[in-house]
Design a protein around this ligand. Structure first.
Ligand code: SAH
Length: 244
């Protein structure tokens, strides 16, 4: 299996012109169908992930978060399709299955402090906010960060804090974090993020060169402070960029 997370989208005019949202049922019905599609992906990839199913809390969050609030109007009819969508500035909102899997791999609970690098639309942050205690998230593209912050505030996610900046250095003021999610692909996991991970914490990141198959990795910081890295799944993410 390659390209489970396909960022390159063939959004042809024909496709965009077809099937308006109203013919696909309410957003709630579409969201329920999305959850079923995620469950099917989970089953199909269990040999990679070692997971038969994702945590109930994660699937409940996927069933609750209004993904249509996080996508631009132009792709609203596709808000609940199980694939990434363009969100402007050359960036994408991740595939729902990947959002669910990364949230599950982070193994967070109601007390967890989470750091996300790559706020994008704010959707992954909202899903994390449903299952964790607090979420700090950093976006390098200012218009995206501003829009995500406004969306999250409008929807009442008061346990999420958005910052615009280069996430390479993490957010030391709020470290350590019980979990760190990186939603853009660096060639190597930035050392500051490993440093800001709590003992027993889990960092989930797509790692690999741009335009190559990347590997979704889980890095665990063990009690003696050493790290253990596990490759979970081949994926394709937008590149992790650096401030100039
Ligand atoms: N989690 C997002 C997915 C966004 S795609 C969502 O749910 O919509 C990845 C995002 O990472 C992009 O918006 C990109 O601008 C951002 N990004 C890339 N490099 C970054 C960096 N060094 N620091 C912070 N954000 C970065």
């Amino acid at each position: 299996m390659s390209k489970v997370h396909t960022v390159a989208l063939a959004l042809t005019a024909g496709l965009l012109g077809a099937s308006p949202a109203c013919s696909q049922g309410s957003f709630e019905q579409q969201r329920a169908a999305m959850v079923e599609a995620i469950e099917a992906n989970v089953g199909a990839t269990r040999a990679y992930t070692g997971r038969e199913r994702l945590a109930d809390a994660v699937m409940e969050a996927m069933a609750r978060v209004p993904r249509h609030e996080f996508v631009p109007d132009a792709v609203l009819p596709y808000a609940y399709e199980n694939r990434p969508l363009p969100i402007g500035e050359g960036q994408t909102i991740s595939q729902p299955y990947i959002v669910a899997l990364m949230t599950d791999l982070a193994e967070v609970g109601p007390e967890s402090a989470v750091l996300e690098i790559g706020t994008g639309s704010g959707y992954q942050a909202a899903v994390l906010a449903e299952v964790a205690g607090s979420v700090h998230t950093i976006e390098i593209v200012e218009p995206l960060g501003r829009r995500a912050a406004a969306t999250l505030e409008r929807l009442g996610y008061d346990n999420v804090t958005v910052r615009v900046g280069d996430g390479y250095a993490g957010w030391p003021e709020f470290a350590p974090f019980d979990a760190i999610l990186v939603t853009a692909a660096p060639e190597r996991i930035p050392q500051p993020l490993i440093d800001q991970l709590a003992v027993g914490g889990r960092l989930v990141a797509p790692v690999g060169a741009q335009n190559r198959a990347q590997s979704l990795q889980v890095l665990e910081k063990t009690d003696d402070g050493s790290v253990r890295v596990t490759d979970v799944l081949p994926v394709v993410f937008v590149p992790f960029t650096r401030a100039n």
